[in-house]
Write a protein that binds this ligand. Sequence first.
Ligand SMILES: *[C@@H]1O[C@H](CO)[C@@H](O)[C@H](O)[C@H]1NC(C)=O
Ligand SMILES: *[C@@H]1O[C@H](CO)[C@@H](O)[C@H](O)[C@H]1NC(C)=O
Ligand SMILES: *[C@@H]1O[C@H](CO)[C@@H](O)[C@H](O)[C@H]1NC(C)=O
Ligand SMILES: *[C@@H]1O[C@H](CO)[C@@H](O)[C@H](O)[C@H]1NC(C)=O
Ligand SMILES: *[C@@H]1O[C@H](CO)[C@@H](O)[C@H](O)[C@H]1NC(C)=O
Length: 484
Amino acid sequence: MFTFVLLEGLCVLSVITCVYASWGNPNSNVKNQANELDKPTSQPHIIFILADDQGFRDVGYHGSEIKTPTLDRLASEGVKLENYYVQPICSPSRSQFMTGRYQIHTGLQHSIIRAAQPNCLPLENVTLPQKLKAVGYSTHMVGKWHLGFYKRECMPTQRGFDTFFGYLLGSGDYYSHYKCDGPGMCGYDLYDGEEAAWDQDRGSTPPSCTPRRRRYLERYKSIPNLHRRKYAAMVSCLDEAVHNITLALKRPLLLRKGTSCRGLVHITDWFPTLVTLAEGSLEEDLNLDGYDVWEAISEGFPSPRQDILHNIDPIYTKAKNGSWKAGHGIWNTAVQAAIRVGDWKLLTGVPGYSDWVPPQTFSSVLLTNRWHNERVRWDRGKSVWLFNITADPYERVDLSRRHPQVVKRLLLRLAQYNKTAVPVRYPAKDSRSNPQLNGGVWGPWYKEKGEEDGESNLLTNQLDKRRRKKKARRKHKQRRGSRD
Ligand SMILES: *[C@@H]1O[C@H](CO)[C@@H](O)[C@H](O)[C@H]1NC(C)=O
Ligand SMILES: *[C@@H]1O[C@H](CO)[C@@H](O)[C@H](O)[C@H]1NC(C)=O
Ligand SMILES: *[C@@H]1O[C@H](CO)[C@@H](O)[C@H](O)[C@H]1NC(C)=O
Ligand SMILES: *[C@@H]1O[C@H](CO)[C@@H](O)[C@H](O)[C@H]1NC(C)=O
Ligand SMILES: *[C@@H]1O[C@H](CO)[C@@H](O)[C@H](O)[C@H]1NC(C)=O
């Protein structure tokens, strides 16, 4: 009777999240009538839609050329979260949504979970659907998992979902459902539960443009950049899908509607917020990084959240000139890290792309990948930045020299968080993951020790050999470099 449905989209930058919680029983698909009758009726249905890759200005109500009437209406009748943060890439965002913990507390600090890596969201980490199941919910997921699948215990249906229909890897092809991860590493990736959904297989070459896709594309003839036009069409399709879903629902739960919420909100906050709405329990020992932000969203109270640890990635490329000295002896600024406290945001290490994509200045050349028009050149020796995000959301004016005391305070906070971090999980790729060894499908491949056979030892040896060769080559290059 109580359902939790998670619908997930594409990869890289997820900004838009819609939560729709409603009381009542709009479309009762009740499986277990007898048990259902005993339960309290106050637990809401929860539908959480997570769209990756959707930028801040890629929704109608933020002034976009992309039309999203459904999302705009939901936003205007609901609450807009204007200070809501996710991670810049997908596995980390998903892991935080699922566990209510920062990446530093699950080992997923570095990048995404790659197809061939024997890695997944640690089985010890309690997931949101597990918590909801514990208080009587049925839980369903449609869309992208991207939290690892190297062994069966990692699959969505083993991590709290009653049903799963979707794909295990990132950036899946919606039409063919085939995905390659390097030469010769191609396979099918569409699942119904724990089985490949072969009945949906249309072969590995997608039709160039289905009539349904064309319908959305036609709305955006005026956008000259083909990538942007396709993207706009996909957002329109998403908008229509949300329309179809919300039509089925009747009462939302919000007390204060048609408002904006400027309080800080982070993707880890959904875990305690939704578990509490579902009348589940949050034991002390969960050590959550998320806060219950329901009163902030629903009634306009101040957000309980004062800071966000964006990340500490100890294995990311180190900043050349970073040092403990530059970090006032508190923090080694060679390490990539970012933290937000109130208005302030502090960055250390290599900040990643410094490119900035200004709204609507995409090149009119049809097939171009050059999206980055404004390139900010940081001075090479820098390893600390401080911004007032409220005044400078585009992070253009570095205030680190003007406010050394604030810098110190935020570095101390980083150091405190760092003390609680667990080691990074980022294992080497495992060639046994190749779909060609697994019936043409991407799926669990891992064998525990003892199950290992001679063949896999051979592969490990080959990998080691390759790694040693690469290292030798690098050393050689370095030696040549220093001679020059
Ligand atoms: C998640 O699992 C990892 C790996 O076992 C462990 O180190 C970490 O403490 C767990 N974190 C939480 C919050 O459960
Ligand atoms: C929404 O529902 C309509 C009517 O059933 C259907 O034709 C359309 O394909 C649906 N749109 C999406 C994006 O699922
Ligand atoms: C973070 O903690 C680790 C483990 O305690 C430590 O080795 C490292 O130096 C710390 N990083 C920084 C930048 O302080
Ligand atoms: C880089 O570090 C060195 C040694 O600490 C310092 O002398 C130099 O000024 C730094 N460069 C920049 C651009 O800050
Ligand atoms: C940041 O900028 C805002 C807007 O200009 C200002 O109101 C606020 O006081 C500043 N915050 C701090 C901590 O200086």
